[in-house]
Write a protein that binds this ligand. Structure first.
Ligand SMILES: Cc1cc2nc3c(=O)[nH]c(=O)nc-3n(C[C@H](O)[C@H](O)[C@H](O)COP(=O)(O)OP(=O)(O)OC[C@H]3O[C@@H](n4cnc5c(N)ncnc54)[C@H](O)[C@@H]3O)c2cc1C
Ligand code: SF4
Length: 479
């Protein structure tokens, strides 16, 4: 245990965000560095619980109390080894994870939880700075080949584990760059893309071959790939967006979040996109439909692009400020949150349902909506329109961030004929194998839209399943 009285001596401290006025002028990450002496005090707050609920909260089973202790004792090298034992990419989760581990931290029962995520991030960045994170190529090659389709966190985690187990791994990605939603989706102000490049360099040195710009199922028949490789991992994400099915949807000026966000990521990466093809919020009144993280990413992007005003509408009621009785510790709390983007501007409204859109001269001009309420009918929550609450807002750009309906079916999945679940995700057995022998799956493609931490956990599990399928046994870790 780091410091037996640490949790009584020190309060929770998290990194500060750069001033709003400065950060909306650029695309750099919003958080300032967190000094190591402050971090050690945060690690000292860990009580090294007999039953560490933080483990249970983390889908990767990260051995959190161990690294809190090691950081406090300045054993940083051991700390990164312990962290990498369960997580291939702590620099992604340390920046982007909503930290279910912190929601489950025992200290959170009657105080503020340990800042686990910041400890994780500091360990990995400290290790990179000191040159401790180097390629770990396999000592022996297996002679087996694996195709990983999709280069998001699930595909990358599977690829790294498989390469380290000695297999020849090729990652196919339909986008022009590697990284999945880490690259094209998550804005740079949440994670700069140099961190994805840094890991790619390590993986290339471990023997992973990246093939961007190849859409499996279109550029290559998936069955051909199955014949060429000893195993396949389907990690293509859950990119099918929920549409807004109202009159006027077809008017110019309505876009899915994932049509909008990647364009800015590409410009930030130096790509030339002519203004005529670029979706910009500059000088526009913007409405975002969807109150989740994707909506917040659209908000931060629109504010940086120079929107005149941004409104964000959510159909569900406003969440409570603190945990309600039916959402107790250690479950993940559904509460009102203020992300960095919300701090920067925009107005959020809840319980709003869009009824129709209308335009002027072929361009989007108005959004027509109504307020809704949720009433209990025979034990079920039923949504009802509030009579007389109809309203109209001016809008020039409408961004749809209302969630995703699972993986895209045409092409790859249809060619393979893999079995799907009732929710339309790819069905997998306990080894992550699909209904087609030798074809495995990981990440959002099998879970539905989820989190980076889950994608990494899934990728590691699929790698283990594949290794066992190819070699008859596996030494890859369970978590
Ligand atoms: C805007 C946005 C912001 C998010 N922010 C966060 C966050 O802050 N924290 C968090 O934990 N989670 C966040 N998420 C969720 C998280 O990004 C995903 O859960 C995670 O990326 C899933 O990883 P994956 O590897 O399964 O799929 P993805 O990251 O979606 O990667 C799948 C890749 O497969 C490729 N692909 C698909 N089909 C083919 C094919 N046929 N051939 C070749 N390539 C193919 C796709 O182009 C894509 O690059 C966010 C999601 C979105 C949309
Ligand atoms: S639950 Fe919290 S206090 Fe307990 S071991 Fe985990 S991080 Fe430390």
């Amino acid at each position: 245990m780091a410091k037996p009285t640490g949790f009584m001596e020190f309060g929770r401290e998290t990194p500060t965000r750069r001033p709003v006025g400065a950060r909306v002028q650029d695309w750099l990450e919003v958080y300032e560095d967190f000094p190591v002496d402050h971090l050690k005090k945060q690690a000292a707050r860990c009580m090294d619980c007999g039953i560490p609920f933080c483990h249970q909260g983390c889908p990767l089973g990260n051995i959190i109390p161990d690294w809190n202790d090691l950081v406090y004792r300045d054993k940083w090298h051991d700390a990164i080894d312990r962290l990498h034992a369960t997580n291939n990419f702590p620099e992604f989760t340390g920046r982007l994870c909503p930290a279910p581990c912190e929601a489950a931290c025992v200290l959170g029962i009657n105080s503020d939880p340990v800042t686990i995520k910041q400890v994780e991030l500091t360990i990995v960045e400290y290790a990179f700075e000191n040159g401790w994170i180097r390629p770990e190529p396999a000592e022996k090659r297996s002679g087996k080949t694996v195709a990983v389709i999709g280069s998001g966190p699930a595909g990358l985690a599977a690829a790294q584990q498989l390469a380290r187990a000695g297999h020849d791994v090729t990652v196919f990605e339909r986008d022009d760059r590697i990284g999945g939603l880490l690259r094209y989706g998550i804005p740079d102000f949440k994670m700069e893309k140099r961190f994805v490049d840094r890991r790619m360099a390590q993986m290339e040195a471990e023997g992973v071959s990246f093939k961007p710009g190849v859409q499996v199922g279109v550029d290559i028949d998936t069955r051909e790939l199955l014949a060429k490789f000893d195993a396949i991992c389907l990690s293509g994400g859950a990119a099918h967006p929920r549409n807004l099915e109202v009159p006027g949807r077809e008017i110019d000026g309505v876009h899915f979040a994932m049509e909008y966000l990647p364009m800015q990521n590409k410009r930030n990466a130096g790509d030339e996109i002519p203004d005529s093809a670029f979706i910009s919020a500059k000088g526009k009144r913007v409405i975002i439909l969807g109150g989740g993280d994707t909506g917040a990413d659209c908000l931060g992007t629109a504010l940086r692009q120079g929107a005149t005003e941004v409104l964000q509408y959510e159909i569900l009621p406003k969440p409570p400020a603190s945990r309600p009785a039916e959402n107790p510790w250690p479950t993940y709390p559904t509460i009102y949150r203020v992300s960095s983007a919300h701090e920067e501007g925009g107005t959020r409204e809840y319980a709003v349902m869009t009824k129709s859109l209308s335009g002027e001269n072929g361009k989007l001009a108005k959004l027509h909506a109504v307020h809704v309420e949720f009433v209990n009918e025979d034990g079920r929550q039923v949504m009802r329109e509030v009579p007389g609450s109809e309203f109209t807002e001016d809008v020039q750009l409408l961004l749809l961030a209302m969630g995703f309906l699972g993986p895209e079916k045409p092409g790859m999945l249809e060619q393979l004929g893999v079995e799907l679940t009732e929710r339309g995700n790819v069905r997998a057995d306990e080894n992550k194998m699909t209904s087609v022998a030798g074809v495995f799956t990981a990440g959002d493609m099998t879970r539905g839209q989820s989190l980076i931490v889950w994608a990494i956990a899934e990728g590691r599990a699929a790698a283990r399943g594949i290794d066992k399928y190819l070699m008859g046994e596996t030494l890859l870790p369970v978590n």
